[in-house]
Each structure stands twice: as structure tokens, then as C-alpha cells.
Design a binder for this molecule. Structure first.
Ligand SMILES: [Zn+2]
Length: 108
């Protein structure tokens, strides 16, 4: 019987912390486990999200940016994800946002 692929959808919270190091590989600090909302529906892809996505992996991989769950909205899908969040990554994300807004104008 093949049940792989549906395991994990049965729970309300998706655990993204299993088997991951709890230390941020960029800042080398201990991270906190946090429940973050998963965004369903069409993601808002604009210049800002694209630029931020490009910077995320290198500068703030654990900033706790809400996950994109995809376009399929299903009551069985988890609403939240348990993720490891780094305080330094969050600080860098804030700085990135400020720097981007200064350069391109604040979002409306
Ligand atoms: Zn970090």
C-alpha cells in the first residue's frame, strides 16, 4: 500500500523542524520554534517579493517569512507550520525591508 505523500496533511500544523539543525547556518545562533501561518491562494509576486526571495537564502534564511502553500485551498491542509526562526535573520529582514523601501519607495 502506498501512503507516502499524504502523510503530514492529516495534521493542522506542519512540522518543518524535524531533522533540521536548530542553529542558524548564517548567524550561528540558536533558533526558536515558532508556529507560522501558511499562506494559501495566489502569491503576490511583485518586484519586492522577488528581490526579497533572492536575498532570503543568503542573508536571512530563517526570518520566518510566511510559507506559500500554493493555490489549492483545502480544509485538510495545515494552516500553520512549525518552523525554526532566527532573531538575527528577522533583524536582517527588517533592515532589508527598510533599505529596499528607501531605494524604491515605501509600499502602498
Ligand atoms: Zn540567522
Amino acid at each position: 500500500m502506498v501512503v507516502l505523500g499524504i502523510v503530514g496533511c492529516a495534521t493542522k500544523v506542519a512540522d518543518h523542524t524535524k531533522g533540521r539543525s536548530s542553529t542558524c547556518e548564517v548567524h550561528e545562533v540558536a533558533m526558536e520554534k515558532k508556529s507560522l501561518p501558511i499562506m494559501y491562494g495566489l502569491p503576490d509576486f511583485n518586484e519586492r517579493t522577488r528581490a526579497r526571495g533572492a536575498a532570503t537564502g543568503k542573508r536571512f534564511p530563517h526570518a520566518g517569512i510566511p510559507l506559500e502553500g500554493g493555490c489549492l485551498v483545502d480544509a485538510k491542509n495545515p494552516k500553520e507550520a512549525l518552523m525554526l526562526v532566527c532573531a538575527e535573520c528577522q533583524r536582517e529582514l527588517r533592515e532589508w525591508n527598510e533599505a529596499y523601501d528607501k531605494e524604491h519607495g515605501a509600499p502602498r
